[in-house]
Structures are given as structure tokens and as C-alpha cells.
Design a protein around this ligand. Structure first.
Ligand code: FAD
Length: 564
């Protein structure tokens, strides 16, 4: 399945020439659109990191774009934990989608609705108007597409633990953060009532966070700062009753970070009085108690709580599960795409961000196929230059392979990969294909799926938009650049993720950062780096100004504890 097949299609060459004329002359464009040329319909599902990045980078003159999402805004999720305690206001981190596309001058229709079924066979999506609005009503409608971009994100994963949905708070959406903020204040107001017993007061002021990943850790740190910097002044009699507990099923918190960060965070939490319970698996949540199973002793404990925040990772949305069944991906947990973001088994459907993952096994199968050619090469059916091109391509696509080979000191291969001058024929004879294959299968087991982060989602959105923008050019050069010899020609380079590092805010104006090259930085100066990176990453100047002024307001006046 080649990319050019998906992106070309029925549009005629004549039509494409007309498009380029249209582009240079906007007046002609409108007439032409109403005349012969029918723009391809692109439907985008979701206005999160992936969908918005796609829309921001798309040059829409080629397409009739429709966006369907239950939220008419983009939310800057890395600042959601700051919203839970009023460090930043909810409205400061959202930008209306209509604003984003209007500024781009795109030809885009937005529908505030959720997609509940994708019909890949008839190229249709079934939608229902958002149930969250005050307008009531649940109108259903269908939208046809030529290309579908699925960027619906994921839902919170409860691992089917009883009582979580009913009793715990999640931290995925703006509404979740607002709800948490209100509940925190509620707990303090209820605990202040004279009729409440001492024991009950302790329970109400016990905040439990489940999941020691970046979100759980950041929320615990935010809550701790809020309690100690603001609440302690407003509710002085209650401050000694407050308890924050972080439950983690594994051995450590922040286990995706460098060990130095994990250790620093654990020690800091201990100093701050945040109770950290590792090896503690939640098995049930009722309205007042959490039951855990302790790995070390096997004992079951019941922990009374006032508020619980559940942050144990993400799961697949039901609509995506249903779609996976339709396209024969029943044995997978996440929707699989190839490296060009195409859903496996579908020609015109792309999936980005948290709702999908690039199927690395398929990638390694591709490599194996290429090496079958290399085998042939040894028997003289493929020439050296072909082989060199194939190897270069592998290294371009999979930097991990090259790194791995270097580490294994397979220097001949690496030189060959780099295309260095030298006696390539000789190197080729020396090449032990079997050994190389074994090395690759080890790489295979080491290659992990990309993390579910905003960074990945945004880069995928930008990548796909750039491919769509070049569609016209590709139509005009149907052969496209020849990247692979023989079968498997790809118009576009496959998606390659660039990791820019990750932050873990730990409270008290201290942040840990793990930057590319495994460079670790922890402390107050890193907090300033965090401020500047996040301020620069906000999607518009409006949100940037609002967030920076929220930070300033918090420094001067403290956080607002009104329950509104
Ligand atoms: P989302 O951004 O979740 O967008 C999904 C979109 O689909 C939304 O607009 C949603 O309304 C819409 N949608 C949902 N259902 C439907 C439907 N049925 N039909 C149509 N549309 C639908 N990542 C980082 O890189 N750095 C961080 O610091 C960071 N911090 C985070 C903090 C928190 C609290 C959270 C929750 C996440 C954080 N992440 C961070 C992860 C990051 O937010 C996600 O990886 C990212 O949002 C994924 O982007 P997405 O577009 O796939 O999904």
C-alpha cells in the first residue's frame, strides 16, 4: 500500500493544473471552485494536539475541510494540572478552533459533535451533536469524506477497577480540571463546618492521587503548593489535617524518566510530606474509601479519602475499538498505522496522536523484506548500489538501527550505511547477513511505540498536513522520487519523531527536565526553562499573554480559592 495511491485518486491532471492557476489568482479560484473543480473532502475528527496541528499546517485551498469535535476549542493540556488549583485559569489555556482556522484563512467548516461510527466502506462518519451543551438535543448526521483524519485522542484508563468511574476524578479535559478545583475547595469548606467530627474532617482532607506518572506527580505537587501557599492562610485551623497520598502500583514514580529525576522527586515528596506508597495497586473505589492490595505483603488496605484523582494512563475510545473491528485490527489494543500515518487496511484514513500507534512490527517486517533482497544481492541478483540505497534508507527511517549497529561495533555495516567511499564490494562480501538480521531482530524487540504525548501528536499533525500540501505536486509527477528500488515506492518520507525532551514539575518552583542526549537538569533554574518553553509553545499570542499574566497574578495575589 503506497502513499501515492492514497493521496492521488480520481482527481484529473487537468484539474490539478487548474488548481495551481487558481492559487496564483484568488479571483479565478472562487469561480473555478464553483465550476468544474471539485475539491477533495477532508474530514478531521478531533481538535486536540494532533487535529489542531494538522489544521494549522494545512494549506486549505486544495481541500474542502470539515472538522468534527465535541469541543469547539483546543486545550493546552500540559497546563491542565495548573488549572486544578487556580494557578492558571481554564480560559487562559484554550483557544477556539474557529479562531485558529480563521487566522489561517482556511476553508473549514466546524461541527460541534462527536463521531460515534466510522464507516470506512462507504467513506462516511456518523456524528451526534455534543451532549455537553446547554441546548439539549442530540441531532445525528453523517459526513462524507475523501480523506479522513482520525485525531480523537484517548480516554482515561481505569483498568475496569470497580467504582473508579463513579467516584474518582480524571484529569484529561478542561472540565475535569475545573471540577477538581471546585471539589478541592468543597473539601475545605465542608471540613470547616462545626458539625463535622474530627475523624470525618481528616477523611475529607485526605487527597489521594492514583498513578505516579507525570500527570499524577504534577497534580500532587500543585495541590501541595496550593495547600501550603494559599489554603494554609485561609483555613489556618485545617492545615494540619491535610494529607496528600500518591499511590503507585510500580516500584517508583516517574519511571519513564532518568533515575536521577525519579530519586529527586521521591525525596522531595518525602520532605514535603506527600505520602508516597509504591507497590500499591488500587482494586476498588467506593464513595469514601479506596481499597488497595500491597505487593510486598499481599495485604488489602482500606484508605478513607475526601477526593481521589485517577491518573493511570490512557485507553482506547469505544468508537475507535468499533472501527478497529471493522478494519480487522481485532487483536490489537490500539489502532495501528504505518509510518505514513495511514490506518493499516484503509486507503484513505489516517490516524494521529494518542488514538493510534505506528505498527513497529510491520516496520520490522519491511526491513526483513529488504534484507531478503540483500540475500539476493549476495547471490549476484542485486547490484551493490541498490543494496547501498536500501541500507541508507533503513538508517534514515530507523535511527535506532544505526545507533544499535554502532554500539555493536559492526563498523563495516555502519560505513556502508553512511555510504562512505571505500571498497563497497569488499565490505559487502564481508557482510554477514545472518548476523545483521539477528541484530535487527534485537532492535525489533527494543523498539518501543512512540509515547502518547503532545509532542508526538503535534509533530504527526504537521507531518501529515505537509504531505497533504504536496499532494498536488505529487499528482503532477506520478512516478515520484524513487526511494526504494523494485516494489515499494513512497512519495513522502515516513514520519520521524524528534524528541525535544520532557519536563516534570515537582512543586515549590522546582522542575526536572530530561533533555535530548539524556541531559538531566533539576531545580529552580529548570523551572524558569519550563516557564519559557511552555509560554512559547502556547498556540496563540492571546493565550500566551493570558497565561503569563495568570502566573504574575498568582505571584502577587496568590491563587483564588472562591468556589465558582
Ligand atoms: P487530544 O489532545 O486528547 O485531542 C482529542 C480530540 O478529539 C479532542 O478535541 C476531543 O474533544 C476530540 N474527540 C474526542 N472524542 C471524539 C469523538 N468521538 N469524535 C470527534 N472528536 C472527538 N504531553 C506532552 O507532550 N507534554 C506534557 O507536558 C503533557 N502534559 C499533559 C498533562 C495532562 C494533564 C494530560 C491529560 C496530558 C498531557 N500530555 C502531555 C499528553 C498530551 O496531552 C496528549 O498526548 C495529547 O493531547 C494527544 O493529542 P491528541 O490530539 O491525540 O488527543
Amino acid at each position: 500500500m503506497d502513499f501515492h495511491i492514497c493521496l492521488s485518486g480520481p482527481c484529473s491532471g487537468g484539474g490539478l493544473v487548474a488548481y495551481s492557476e487558481v492559487r496564483s489568482s484568488p479571483g479565478v479560484y472562487a469561480d473555478a471552485v464553483q465550476g468544474d473543480i471539485k475539491k477533495k473532502k477532508v474530514v478531521v475528527l478531533g481538535t486536540g494536539w494532533a487535529g489542531t496541528s494538522f489544521l494549522k499546517n494545512l494549506k486549505g485551498y486544495q481541500y474542502d475541510v470539515q472538522v468534527v469535535s465535541p469541543r469547539n476549542y483546543f486545550a493546552f493540556t500540559p497546563l491542565l494540572p495548573s488549572v486544578t488549583c487556580g494557578t492558571v485559569e481554564a480560559r487562559s489555556i484554550v483557544e477556539p478552533v474557529r479562531n485558529i482556522v480563521r487566522k489561517k484563512g482556511l476553508d473549514v467548516q466546524f461541527r460541534e459533535a462527536e463521531c460515534f461510527k466510522i464507516d470506512a466502506e462507504n467513506k462516511k462518519v456518523y456524528c451526534r451533536s455534543s451532549q455537553d451543551t446547554n441546548l439539549g438535543g442530540k441531532e445525528e448526521f453523517t459526513v462524507d469524506y475523501d480523506y479522513l483524519v482520525v485525531a480523537m485522542g484517548a480516554r482515561a484508563n481505569t483498568f475496569n477497577t470497580p467504582g473508579v468511574v463513579e467516584n474518582a476524578h480524571f484529569l484529561k479535559e478542561i472540565e475535569d480540571a475545573q471540577r477538581i478545583r471546585r471539589t478541592v475547595i468543597d473539601c475545605f469548606e465542608r471540613a470547616s463546618l462545626p458539625s463535622v467530627s474530627e475523624e470525618e474532617r481528616k477523611r475529607i482532607l485526605h487527597f489521594v492521587v492514583v498513578g505516579g506518572g507525570p500527570t499524577g506527580v504534577e497534580f500532587s505537587a500543585e495541590l501541595h503548593d496550593f495547600v501550603h501557599e494559599d489554603i494554609a492562610k485561609l483555613y489556618p485551623s485545617l492545615k494540619d489535617h491535610v494529607k496528600i497520598t500518591l499511590l503507585e502500583a510500580g516500584d517508583h514514580i516517574l519511571n519513564m524518566f532518568d533515575k536521577r529525576i525519579t530519586t529527586f522527586a521521591e525525596e522531595k515528596f518525602q520532605r514535603d510530606g506527600i505520602q508516597l506508597k509504591v507497590g500499591s495497586m488500587v482494586i476498588k473505589v467506593t464513595d469514601k474509601e479506596i481499597s488497595t492490595k500491597e505487593r510486598s505483603t499481599g495485604a488489602t488496605l482500606s484508605i478513607p479519602y475526601g477526593m481521589v484523582v485517577w491518573s493511570t494512563g490512557i485507553g482506547t475510545r469505544p468508537v475507535i475499538m468499533d472501527f478497529m473491528k471493522q478494519v480487522g485490527q481485532t487483536n490489537r489494543r490500539v489502532l495501528a498505522t504505518d509510518e505514513w500515518m495511514r490506518v493499516e487496511g484503509c486507503n484513505s484514513i489516517y490516524a494521529l496522536g494518542d488514538c493510534a500507534t505506528i505498527n513497529q512490527r510491520k516496520v520490522m517486517e519491511d526491513i526483513a523484506a529488504i534484507f531478503n533482497k540483500a540475500d539476493k544481492n549476495q547471490s549476484g541478483t542485486l547490484n551493490v548500489e541498490d543494496f547501498r540505497e536500501v541500507i541508507k534508507d533503513i538508517c534514515e527511517r530507523y535511527p535506532q538501527v544505526e545507533l544499535y549497529l554502532k554500539r555493536k561495533q559492526l563498523k563495516n555495516f555502519v560505513e556502508l550505511l553512511k555510504g562512505s567511499q571505500g571498497d563497497v564490494e569488499k565490505q559487502l562480501v564481508e557482510l554477514d547477513i545472518e548476523k545483521f538480521k539477528m541484530a535487527l531482530s534485537e532492535v525489533d524487540s527494543q523498539m518501543k511505540s512512540l509515547p502518547a504525548t503532545a509532542q508526538v501528536a503535534a509533530q504527526q499533525g504537521e507531518y501529515l498536513a505537509n504531505c497533504f500540501n504536496r499532494m498536488e505536486e505529487c499528482e503532477m509527477n506520478p512516478e515520484g522520487p524513487l526511494r526504494f528500488r523494485g516494489s515499494g515506492r513512497h512519495r513522502f518520507r515516513p514520519f520521524r519523531y524528534k524528541h525535544f525532551g520532557q519536563f516534570a514539575p515537582l512543586g515549590g518552583e522546582q522542575t526536572a527536565a530530561q533533555l535530548p542526549g539524556d541531559w538531566v537538569s533539576i531545580g529552580k533554574s529548570t523551572q524558569w526553562l519550563w516557564y519559557s518553553v511552555y509560554a512559547s509553545k502556547l498556540v496563540t499570542w492571546r493565550t500566551r499573554v493570558l497565561v503569563v499574566s495568570d502566573w504574575g497574578r498568582r505571584w502577587i495575589f496568590g491563587r483564588d480559592s472562591s468556589r465558582i
